[in-house]
Design a protein around this ligand. Structure first.
Ligand SMILES: [Zn+2]
Length: 375
């Protein structure tokens, strides 16, 4: 009898220890990576400042503000709307860690749907993290999910009805931030985050908002700018300028019938010029081979090279792939052109920024060169 008791106590002890270590690992997976502010960051705000309901939730994401000495135009960069599309998130990080604004204001939200960074998509086999070598050692970053974590919003309805239009989509789209705009204060977690961002744009009268995305190489809207109608005079000039710089990019008008997306709703509900961009990420594609960190970083995949030869893709795809630094370089080059052209067409909206790496800087030196040292 006594022996049984001792065995039971030992087994319970072992079970508790296992639960403790497994739980600690699980929580560690959800921890956000450090972002190391550069000299240009003048203030860090919380999104709950624009909608207090978000306080204490994963929706209360950081807003990095880079304000110049001189007044001018303003631009908001949204990274991480979909946390499984790393070029948008990394472009935001490069701006926060490097840029210095002289005139006007740059707002950067790296983890726009912060909840999506706390998990990743089941059955996709994506790694939890990827690593980048910098001049001062290695940094790590999360590879998250396209959608809000079910721990923050559950259960999904069978049909998701977009509140302001009545548009119906499949139930899991209810956790897709880029179907939730303009959002609503009494809605779901995802709708509340969208609402807070819409409020933030209105309150700060932000002139231009750029939402950074990636898509799989077999998706038709790729290496493209999607532009709200009011932004077209700017985005059409930007597309031409980028083509002159040998950066092939398409321009798509924001479809009036597809609702809930930044390029439609932020343009309709606020005065901002609403723009969305897409780069090519084979790690989220359906045709990809082995899914690992190398695929995220190098964007090289043999199956996609084959698919390109069969004419199945909407972007060129060679053995060189689409490395992450090249995808970030495309975003940074386009963001630079967007603010430049807005300032040329409307001189009261000039934004002057120093220390933004150029396309060739990023492609040649790599991302590590533009990441700061962890304290
Ligand atoms: Zn996306």
């Amino acid at each position: 009898m006594k022996g049984n008791k001792t065995t039971a106590i030992i087994l319970i002890g072992l079970a508790l220890a296992t639960a403790f270590f497994a739980g600690r690992e699980f929580l560690k997976m959800r921890e956000p990576e450090p972002i190391i502010k550069g000299v240009g960051v003048t203030e860090v705000q919380k999104l709950s400042q624009y909608f207090p309901d978000l306080k204490g939730t994963n929706g209360d994401t950081d807003i990095y503000i880079l304000k110049g000495q001189e007044p001018g135009g303003s631009m908001l960069v949204l990274g991480g709307t979909h946390p499984n599309e790393p070029s948008g998130f990394m472009s935001a990080v490069v701006l926060i860690e490097n840029a210095k604004v002289n005139k006007g204001t740059l707002y950067v939200i790296p983890r726009t749907n912060q909840s999506g960074f706390t998990h990743n998509d089941p059955q996709e086999g994506s790694p939890q993290r990827f690593h980048i070598k910098t001049k001062d050692g290695e940094r790590w970053f999360r590879y998250g999910s396209r959608a809000t974590n079910p721990l923050d919003q559950w259960p999904d309805p069978d049909v998701y009805i977009h509140a302001s239009s009545g548009q119906q989509l499949s139930g899991n789209e209810t956790r897709n931030l880029n179907r939730a705009y303009p959002g609503r204060p009494d809605g779901t977690y995802t709708e509340k985050v969208a609402y807070a961002i819409t409020e933030m744009i209105k309150k700060n009268k932000i002139n231009m908002t750029v939402d950074l995305h990636e898509a799989s190489p077999e998706y038709p809207v790729i290496n493209a700018i999607v532009s709200h109608d009011r932004a077209m005079p700017i985005t059409s000039q930007v597309t031409m300028n980028l083509e002159f710089e040998d950066i092939a990019i398409g321009l798509e008008p924001s479809p009036k019938t597809l609702r809930g997306l930044t390029h439609r709703e932020l343009g309709d509900y606020t005065d901002t010029y609403a723009v969305l961009m897409e780069t090519a990420n084979p790690a989220q594609g359906r045709l990809r081979g082995k899914t690992n960190e190398a695929l995220i970083l190098t964007g090289k995949d043999k199956t996609y090279v084959k698919a390109q030869k069969l004419g199945r893709l909407f972007v060129p795809f060679t053995e060189d792939g689409h490395p992450l630094e090249q995808r970030v370089a495309r975003n940074i080059a386009a963001l630079t052109e967007l603010k430049n052209v807005m300032g040329e067409l409307e001189p009261d909206k000039v934004i002057e920024i120093d220390y933004i790496p150029t396309y060739s800087d990023l492609v040649e030196k790599g991302l590590g060169e533009y990441l700061n040292k962890a304290n």
